[in-house]
Each structure stands twice: as C-alpha cells, then as structure tokens.
Ligand binder design. Sequence first.
Ligand SMILES: [Mg+2]
Length: 242
Amino acid sequence: MSVQPDQTKALCFDLGNTLIEFGPRQIAHQYELLKGALEEMLGPCDGAALKAVRDRQIVAPYSNGYRENDLRECGAELIREIYEVEPEDHQVDALVEARYQAFMDGVEVTGEVLELLRKLQTRYRLALLSNYPCGRSIRDGLAKLGLAEFFACIVVSGEVGFVKPHPRPYELMLEGLGLNADQCVYVGDNWLADVQGAKGVGMRAVLTTQHVPYERFEPKEGDHQPEARIGNLAELEGLFLA
Ligand SMILES: [Mg+2]
C-alpha cells in the first residue's frame, strides 16, 4: 500500500464512526431528546415529522455548497415545520441544549481506541476534523472522553462555516499543524466528506468501515480512491507503526 509512513508527520482523524460510534443509536437518542423538549414547550410532537425534518437537515450541507447548518436555524425550522408557529428565542435555546445533552450522553470511546492513539502519538502528531454544527458539543465531548489531549489541532465544521469535503476545514487543520498536505494522512468513514475531501486537498486517505453511519454517500465515477481501507481502526497500528 502507498500510505508511505516515511514522509508522514501527522495522522488526522474524523470523529463520528471513525474514533467513536455515532450511528443510528446516537441519532435516535438525539431525536428522542428533541421530541421531549418540543413536547414540554409546545405540546404533542409528531415523531415522524421531526425525523423527516432532521433527516433532511443532516444532509442539507451537501447540496448547499457544503455550507454547514446553523444550529439555531435548525431548531427554529423544527418548530416552524412541526407546530406552524414562529419560534421564540428561549425555545430555540432549549432545542440547542437538547442536542448538546444528547451528544454528551450518547458518545463513548473504547479503551482500545485510547490505547491506539497513545501508541500513534509516540510517532505522529494527531489532529481531529469533524463535521458537526455544534463546536461546543465536539470540544466538550472530546474532553469528557479523554480524547482532547491527543490532538495538536481540532477543527469543527460548525466553527468554520463549511463542512468536509469543502477544502476550507482541511486547510485550517493543515495550518494548525503547520504541515503540508502530503505530510498528513486522513482517516475517516465517509466516502464523500473524508476520502474525497482529504484527497481533494492533496492528503492521503484511509477509509474505515468499522461503524455503521446514519447517512451514506455512494462512490461516483471519477472519485478519488483511498490509499487504504480498514475494517477496524486497530489496523492503523500495522499500517503506521509496523
Ligand atoms: Mg464520520
């Protein structure tokens, strides 16, 4: 394989479904807490309507020039579409808080991943780049899980305004590391955001299929191919520490 460890100075990671599970179970928990918050404020909530709006919001950035969703606007839209009323600020605040809480309760990291990062850190600088509209959730979640300390640089799409595969968040990560793209390898689970995004800025890419994501993007003709594919994150040890 051509991951070329010799020139590699940094390993850069996606978060959801790469370092931690963030699949149907975590999304269902988020929808449940949103439903509870809405019902407390505005009365019975149609769960199917909520799911329809949220499912559409999750993929909206990918057909909007890769502009990241505005977290408050997502909450306001839920209220408008489900209850057909104009949301008040405090109601939007409550929905932002419900999503934060759902994220914090829903994320877990395994001891194997922490141990793997400890080993990789002895030879490489590590960075994290996540598509998520709420920077506070990612940063507090990383701190809670004991992951934050591993990363020389953390970039969250919600703080950039653009999602991967847009080049901007990748460029900010490279600037944060002070490295060129060809010195970095990106590891992620999402064909479009991670593989196409990283390869598009000149990084090498490893595709992981360990976890089941909530949303999927199928390969298209002419897409970049990753340098490696792994079924379990632990395989990075063989690729980069052998
Ligand atoms: Mg992911």
